[in-house]
Write a protein that binds this ligand. Structure first.
Ligand SMILES: [Cu+2]
Length: 288
Protein backbone atom coordinates (compact mmCIF):
# COMPACT_ATOMS: atom_id res chain seq x y z
CA UNK A 1 0.00 0.00 0.00
CA UNK A 2 2.76 2.36 0.98
CA UNK A 3 4.71 1.67 -2.22
CA UNK A 4 1.57 2.34 -4.26
CA UNK A 5 1.08 5.69 -2.52
CA UNK A 6 4.74 6.52 -3.07
CA UNK A 7 4.41 5.62 -6.73
CA UNK A 8 1.33 7.83 -7.08
CA UNK A 9 3.28 10.72 -5.50
CA UNK A 10 6.23 10.34 -7.84
CA UNK A 11 6.46 12.50 -10.92
CA UNK A 12 8.00 9.71 -12.96
CA UNK A 13 4.84 7.58 -12.56
CA UNK A 14 2.66 10.36 -13.92
CA UNK A 15 5.09 11.00 -16.73
CA UNK A 16 4.87 7.34 -17.81
CA UNK A 17 1.08 7.30 -17.43
CA UNK A 18 0.84 10.47 -19.51
CA UNK A 19 3.01 9.02 -22.27
CA UNK A 20 0.92 5.82 -22.26
CA UNK A 21 -2.34 7.79 -22.50
CA UNK A 22 -0.94 9.87 -25.35
CA UNK A 23 0.11 6.75 -27.28
CA UNK A 24 -3.33 5.22 -26.70
CA UNK A 25 -5.00 8.37 -28.02
CA UNK A 26 -2.76 8.36 -31.08
CA UNK A 27 -3.25 4.67 -31.89
CA UNK A 28 -6.51 5.18 -33.88
CA UNK A 29 -4.48 7.37 -36.24
CA UNK A 30 -2.07 4.48 -36.81
CA UNK A 31 -5.03 2.12 -37.33
CA UNK A 32 -6.56 4.51 -39.86
CA UNK A 33 -3.26 4.72 -41.75
CA UNK A 34 -3.03 0.92 -41.86
CA UNK A 35 -6.65 0.61 -42.97
CA UNK A 36 -5.98 3.16 -45.71
CA UNK A 37 -3.17 0.99 -47.07
CA UNK A 38 -5.14 -2.24 -46.71
CA UNK A 39 -8.26 -1.19 -48.62
CA UNK A 40 -6.62 1.34 -50.94
CA UNK A 41 -8.77 4.28 -49.98
CA UNK A 42 -8.07 7.53 -51.82
CA UNK A 43 -5.12 9.02 -49.98
CA UNK A 44 -6.40 12.50 -49.26
CA UNK A 45 -8.31 14.68 -46.83
CA UNK A 46 -11.75 16.11 -47.54
CA UNK A 47 -14.51 15.15 -49.97
CA UNK A 48 -14.29 13.97 -53.60
CA UNK A 49 -13.80 16.77 -56.12
CA UNK A 50 -17.09 18.39 -57.05
CA UNK A 51 -18.81 16.83 -60.08
CA UNK A 52 -21.47 19.55 -60.43
CA UNK A 53 -21.22 23.05 -61.82
CA UNK A 54 -22.19 24.85 -58.60
CA UNK A 55 -20.19 22.55 -56.30
CA UNK A 56 -17.19 24.93 -56.16
CA UNK A 57 -19.34 27.41 -54.20
CA UNK A 58 -19.72 25.04 -51.27
CA UNK A 59 -16.08 23.95 -51.42
CA UNK A 60 -14.88 27.56 -51.36
CA UNK A 61 -17.21 28.49 -48.51
CA UNK A 62 -16.12 25.41 -46.55
CA UNK A 63 -12.44 26.37 -47.03
CA UNK A 64 -13.12 29.98 -46.01
CA UNK A 65 -14.95 28.89 -42.83
CA UNK A 66 -12.16 26.45 -41.97
CA UNK A 67 -9.52 29.18 -42.36
CA UNK A 68 -11.55 31.72 -40.36
CA UNK A 69 -12.18 29.41 -37.41
CA UNK A 70 -8.61 28.08 -37.44
CA UNK A 71 -7.16 31.59 -37.28
CA UNK A 72 -9.59 32.67 -34.53
CA UNK A 73 -8.85 29.47 -32.61
CA UNK A 74 -5.10 30.16 -32.77
CA UNK A 75 -5.60 33.79 -31.62
CA UNK A 76 -7.84 32.70 -28.70
CA UNK A 77 -5.32 30.04 -27.68
CA UNK A 78 -2.47 32.57 -27.61
CA UNK A 79 -4.60 35.02 -25.58
CA UNK A 80 -5.36 32.27 -23.05
CA UNK A 81 -1.96 30.61 -22.78
CA UNK A 82 0.21 33.75 -22.78
CA UNK A 83 -1.13 35.21 -19.47
CA UNK A 84 -1.06 31.73 -17.91
CA UNK A 85 2.68 31.58 -18.48
CA UNK A 86 3.51 35.24 -17.97
CA UNK A 87 1.50 35.83 -14.78
CA UNK A 88 1.93 32.47 -13.09
CA UNK A 89 3.18 32.21 -9.48
CA UNK A 90 6.96 31.81 -9.39
CA UNK A 91 9.98 32.95 -7.36
CA UNK A 92 9.65 36.72 -6.90
CA UNK A 93 6.20 36.88 -8.50
CA UNK A 94 2.84 36.29 -6.90
CA UNK A 95 -0.02 35.23 -9.16
CA UNK A 96 -2.84 37.75 -9.14
CA UNK A 97 -6.49 36.74 -9.57
CA UNK A 98 -8.98 38.69 -11.62
CA UNK A 99 -12.63 38.09 -12.52
CA UNK A 100 -12.48 40.18 -15.67
CA UNK A 101 -15.33 42.38 -14.41
CA UNK A 102 -13.83 45.87 -14.67
CA UNK A 103 -15.31 48.39 -17.09
CA UNK A 104 -12.28 47.98 -19.34
CA UNK A 105 -12.74 44.19 -19.45
CA UNK A 106 -16.41 44.54 -20.37
CA UNK A 107 -15.70 47.04 -23.14
CA UNK A 108 -12.85 44.92 -24.45
CA UNK A 109 -15.04 41.78 -24.53
CA UNK A 110 -17.91 43.63 -26.24
CA UNK A 111 -15.60 45.14 -28.89
CA UNK A 112 -13.97 41.80 -29.69
CA UNK A 113 -17.39 40.11 -29.93
CA UNK A 114 -18.72 42.74 -32.34
CA UNK A 115 -15.59 42.53 -34.51
CA UNK A 116 -15.77 38.71 -34.59
CA UNK A 117 -19.45 38.84 -35.47
CA UNK A 118 -19.02 41.36 -38.28
CA UNK A 119 -15.83 39.94 -39.77
CA UNK A 120 -16.63 36.24 -39.46
CA UNK A 121 -20.38 35.66 -39.31
CA UNK A 122 -21.57 38.47 -41.56
CA UNK A 123 -18.92 37.69 -44.17
CA UNK A 124 -19.87 34.01 -44.27
CA UNK A 125 -23.59 34.87 -44.30
CA UNK A 126 -23.25 37.23 -47.29
CA UNK A 127 -21.37 34.61 -49.33
CA UNK A 128 -23.78 31.83 -48.29
CA UNK A 129 -26.87 33.81 -49.34
CA UNK A 130 -25.24 34.80 -52.66
CA UNK A 131 -24.37 31.14 -53.35
CA UNK A 132 -27.89 29.98 -52.49
CA UNK A 133 -29.45 32.58 -54.79
CA UNK A 134 -27.12 31.91 -57.71
CA UNK A 135 -26.85 28.14 -57.20
CA UNK A 136 -29.11 26.00 -55.07
CA UNK A 137 -32.25 28.19 -55.20
CA UNK A 138 -31.76 29.09 -58.87
CA UNK A 139 -33.72 26.05 -60.10
CA UNK A 140 -33.76 25.77 -63.92
CA UNK A 141 -37.10 25.18 -65.62
CA UNK A 142 -38.08 22.67 -68.28
CA UNK A 143 -37.79 25.44 -70.88
CA UNK A 144 -34.18 25.93 -69.83
CA UNK A 145 -33.44 22.33 -70.81
CA UNK A 146 -33.86 20.71 -67.39
CA UNK A 147 -33.94 16.91 -67.20
CA UNK A 148 -36.75 16.24 -64.72
CA UNK A 149 -36.86 13.43 -62.20
CA UNK A 150 -39.62 12.60 -59.72
CA UNK A 151 -38.31 10.97 -56.56
CA UNK A 152 -40.48 8.94 -54.20
CA UNK A 153 -38.56 7.98 -51.08
CA UNK A 154 -39.67 5.12 -48.86
CA UNK A 155 -38.31 2.98 -46.04
CA UNK A 156 -35.70 2.06 -47.34
CA UNK A 157 -35.22 2.73 -51.01
CA UNK A 158 -35.35 5.43 -53.67
CA UNK A 159 -37.96 5.28 -56.47
CA UNK A 160 -37.03 7.41 -59.48
CA UNK A 161 -39.25 8.37 -62.40
CA UNK A 162 -38.28 10.22 -65.57
CA UNK A 163 -40.70 11.16 -68.35
CA UNK A 164 -39.19 9.02 -71.10
CA UNK A 165 -39.22 10.34 -74.67
CA UNK A 166 -42.72 11.87 -74.57
CA UNK A 167 -41.74 14.43 -71.90
CA UNK A 168 -44.87 13.69 -69.81
CA UNK A 169 -45.11 12.18 -66.37
CA UNK A 170 -47.62 9.40 -65.72
CA UNK A 171 -47.49 7.82 -69.17
CA UNK A 172 -46.55 4.32 -70.33
CA UNK A 173 -43.00 5.26 -71.36
CA UNK A 174 -42.03 6.72 -67.95
CA UNK A 175 -38.64 5.33 -66.99
CA UNK A 176 -39.11 3.99 -63.46
CA UNK A 177 -36.12 2.69 -61.52
CA UNK A 178 -35.32 1.69 -57.95
CA UNK A 179 -32.02 2.76 -56.35
CA UNK A 180 -30.58 3.53 -59.76
CA UNK A 181 -30.70 6.82 -61.63
CA UNK A 182 -29.28 7.75 -65.03
CA UNK A 183 -28.93 11.42 -65.99
CA UNK A 184 -27.26 13.42 -68.78
CA UNK A 185 -24.00 15.32 -68.37
CA UNK A 186 -23.93 19.13 -68.90
CA UNK A 187 -27.68 19.50 -68.49
CA UNK A 188 -29.48 20.65 -65.34
CA UNK A 189 -31.08 17.70 -63.51
CA UNK A 190 -34.10 18.90 -61.52
CA UNK A 191 -35.84 16.85 -58.84
CA UNK A 192 -39.35 16.81 -57.42
CA UNK A 193 -39.08 14.97 -54.13
CA UNK A 194 -41.60 13.44 -51.78
CA UNK A 195 -41.87 10.50 -49.39
CA UNK A 196 -44.28 7.62 -48.79
CA UNK A 197 -43.67 7.34 -45.07
CA UNK A 198 -41.14 9.29 -43.00
CA UNK A 199 -38.71 12.14 -43.77
CA UNK A 200 -35.79 11.07 -45.96
CA UNK A 201 -33.10 13.22 -47.53
CA UNK A 202 -31.71 12.82 -51.03
CA UNK A 203 -27.97 13.31 -50.70
CA UNK A 204 -25.51 13.28 -53.61
CA UNK A 205 -22.20 14.30 -52.02
CA UNK A 206 -20.22 14.47 -55.28
CA UNK A 207 -22.79 16.93 -56.68
CA UNK A 208 -22.84 18.88 -53.38
CA UNK A 209 -26.64 18.46 -53.26
CA UNK A 210 -28.92 17.47 -50.42
CA UNK A 211 -32.67 17.98 -50.01
CA UNK A 212 -35.29 16.50 -47.70
CA UNK A 213 -38.11 14.33 -49.06
CA UNK A 214 -41.15 15.02 -46.87
CA UNK A 215 -44.40 13.05 -46.83
CA UNK A 216 -47.29 15.21 -48.03
CA UNK A 217 -45.14 17.83 -49.76
CA UNK A 218 -43.13 18.16 -52.96
CA UNK A 219 -39.67 19.68 -52.55
CA UNK A 220 -37.35 20.73 -55.35
CA UNK A 221 -33.62 20.46 -55.84
CA UNK A 222 -31.17 20.38 -58.72
CA UNK A 223 -27.61 20.05 -59.91
CA UNK A 224 -25.80 20.08 -63.24
CA UNK A 225 -23.28 17.25 -63.62
CA UNK A 226 -20.03 18.32 -65.31
CA UNK A 227 -18.33 14.90 -65.07
CA UNK A 228 -19.56 11.61 -66.52
CA UNK A 229 -19.27 8.57 -64.24
CA UNK A 230 -20.91 6.71 -61.36
CA UNK A 231 -21.65 8.43 -58.08
CA UNK A 232 -23.24 7.54 -54.77
CA UNK A 233 -26.72 8.61 -53.69
CA UNK A 234 -27.41 8.38 -49.95
CA UNK A 235 -30.17 9.08 -47.49
CA UNK A 236 -29.07 11.83 -45.12
CA UNK A 237 -32.02 11.68 -42.70
CA UNK A 238 -32.11 9.03 -39.98
CA UNK A 239 -35.26 7.29 -41.28
CA UNK A 240 -35.43 4.06 -39.33
CA UNK A 241 -33.86 0.66 -38.91
CA UNK A 242 -32.25 0.24 -42.36
CA UNK A 243 -31.43 3.93 -42.93
CA UNK A 244 -27.76 3.06 -43.41
CA UNK A 245 -28.65 0.77 -46.34
CA UNK A 246 -30.71 3.38 -48.15
CA UNK A 247 -28.29 4.05 -50.97
CA UNK A 248 -28.57 4.31 -54.75
CA UNK A 249 -26.32 4.65 -57.78
CA UNK A 250 -26.17 7.74 -59.96
CA UNK A 251 -24.92 7.28 -63.53
CA UNK A 252 -23.97 10.40 -65.45
CA UNK A 253 -23.73 9.71 -69.20
CA UNK A 254 -22.31 11.90 -71.96
CA UNK A 255 -25.06 13.56 -74.09
CA UNK A 256 -24.66 10.95 -76.90
CA UNK A 257 -24.69 7.94 -74.56
CA UNK A 258 -27.62 9.42 -72.69
CA UNK A 259 -29.67 9.86 -75.86
CA UNK A 260 -29.20 6.18 -76.75
CA UNK A 261 -29.92 5.09 -73.18
CA UNK A 262 -33.13 7.16 -72.97
CA UNK A 263 -34.43 5.69 -76.21
CA UNK A 264 -33.83 2.11 -75.02
CA UNK A 265 -35.16 2.71 -71.51
CA UNK A 266 -38.31 4.33 -72.89
CA UNK A 267 -38.95 1.40 -75.22
CA UNK A 268 -38.42 -1.15 -72.45
CA UNK A 269 -40.80 0.84 -70.21
CA UNK A 270 -43.56 0.79 -72.84
CA UNK A 271 -43.08 -2.96 -73.33
CA UNK A 272 -43.29 -3.62 -69.61
CA UNK A 273 -46.12 -1.19 -68.82
CA UNK A 274 -48.99 -2.75 -66.87
CA UNK A 275 -52.07 -0.49 -66.40
CA UNK A 276 -53.35 -2.87 -63.67
CA UNK A 277 -50.27 -2.29 -61.51
CA UNK A 278 -51.60 0.64 -59.46
CA UNK A 279 -48.57 0.48 -57.10
CA UNK A 280 -46.42 1.68 -60.00
CA UNK A 281 -48.70 4.64 -60.94
CA UNK A 282 -47.36 7.11 -58.45
CA UNK A 283 -46.52 10.03 -60.79
CA UNK A 284 -47.73 13.54 -59.97
CA UNK A 285 -48.08 16.77 -61.95
CA UNK A 286 -44.65 18.34 -62.18
CA UNK A 287 -44.09 21.19 -59.75
CA UNK A 288 -41.98 23.91 -61.43
CU1 LIG B 1 -34.13 7.45 -45.67
Amino acid sequence: MKTLLDALRSRATWRWLGTGALLLMLSPCADAAMLQEAVDLPNRWGPNPSASDYGWRYDELFTLITILISVSFAIMLILLVLPMIRDRARAGHKASFDHGSSLFDKRFTATVSVIVFIVLDAWVLVIAVRDLREGYWNIPTELEGAYRVEVLAQQWSWNFRATGLDGEFGTADDVITINDLTVPQDRPVVFNLTSKDVIHSLYVPDMRMKRDANPGAVNQAWFQPITAGDFAILCAELCGFAHYQMGAQLHVLSPEDFGAWEQDASMIAVAGFDPEDTEAQWAWDWKE
